[in-house]
Design a protein around this ligand. Structure first.
Ligand code: GLN
Length: 308
């Protein structure tokens, strides 16, 4: 116990514990967000296991190939590439989704919108005794498909979802995620500019959900570099006030909603009043409200289609 610590053998193996500690400290020094989680995600990917597994085998030595892979991952993260792009995956609503620079990385704030959607769909289901056909849902700007797929995987109601995106490569990703979660036969994916993706005689929807781009031009330079330099501007930027797409999603919604149908649109924290104004000026929408996300930020515009 009292003997002087032996000189560290440079051949000391790079075990899981040692690699995690090294990355954690390195990321902290480089001011990378969530340094520990980041280290765990990268190591789990390099070793081809899940994060829990790391703690079950802390003394496992990494091979030279694994360490080379990890070094590349670490370099990319230090250069502000989002860790989700490096590992190709992000978790949303308790499930893993494949991600790529084709579209936005799913954010925890968007889970708030999913929860609201679930509450509404359960109510619709209950009101119809559960015996009727599936509720029709439209997801505009679906991106990875995370909103649509989370709803399709939720129990307690039955839905058929039409999801659209402007970016064909985002739709490929959504298709891959739908397949991964076994819901592709209930998800129709359409390319197009918001509602223009739909055929003219499409049935109306019980729910329209959307997380459109909404970052205002004035906010762009202040975004974190991992967002601004790596996620696609097409999925983020909403013009001068950020509301170019939100405005179109909201004002055109009544034409596509069943009477009493619900509209849920994600917005930015500073857009609460402007979004409520847009809803108030839209004929056929009532009960507009803005709900906070889990961090207390204004996040989801909710409104109903008038019943008559
Ligand atoms: N909340 C995201 C951000 O500020 C933007 C999401 C979006 O545009 N839909 O990074």
């Amino acid at each position: 116990m009292d003997a002087p610590a032996p000189v560290r053998n440079t051949e000391e193996p790079w075990t899981t514990t040692r690699l995690l500690r090294w990355m954690h400290e390195h990321f902290e020094r480089q001011r990378i967000d969530a340094p520990r989680v980041c280290a765990e995600m990268l190591l789990a990917r390099a070793l081809g296991c899940d994060r829990m597994r790391l703690y079950m085998d802390p003394q496992r030595p990494a091979s030279a190939e694994e360490r080379a892979l990890l070094r590349d991952f670490v370099r990319r993260v230090v250069a502000h590439e989002p860790v989700q792009f490096v590992v190709g995956e992000a978790w949303f609503f308790g499930r893993p989704f494949r991600v790529s620079p084709a579209t936005l990385i799913p954010r925890p704030a968007t889970e708030r919108l999913v929860e609201e959607a679930i509450t509404h769909l359960r109510a619709v289901h209950g009101a119809s005794d559960g015996a009727s056909e599936p509720s029709r849902v439209l997801d505009l700007c679906t991106g990875t498909g995370c909103i649509a797929i989370s709803l399709l995987r939720t129990k307690g109601f039955s839905v058929a979802i039409t999801a659209s995106d402007f970016a064909p490569d985002a739709l490929d990703l959504a298709r891959e995620n739908a397949r991964r979660h076994g819901v592709e036969e209930r998800l129709t994916l359409l390319q197009g500019d918001l509602y223009a993706a739909l055929s003219p005689n499409h049935s109306k929807f019980h729910l329209i959900a959307s997380n459109p781009p909404y970052v205002a031009d004035s906010e762009w330079d202040d975004l974190e570099p991992n967002v601004r330099l790596h996620e696609p501007p097409l999925a983020l930027r909403g013009g001068a006030d950020g509301l170019d797409l939100v405005r179109r999603v909201v004002t055109e919604a009544p034409a596509y909603l069943e009477p009493g149908g619900l509209l849920l649109v994600e917005i930015g924290h500073a857009q609460r009043d402007a979004a409520l104004d847009i809803a108030a000026e839209t004929q056929g929408l009532t009960q507009a409200e803005v709900l906070p996300d889990h961090e207390g930020f204004n996040r989801v515009l909710r409104a109903r289609a008038a019943v008559s």
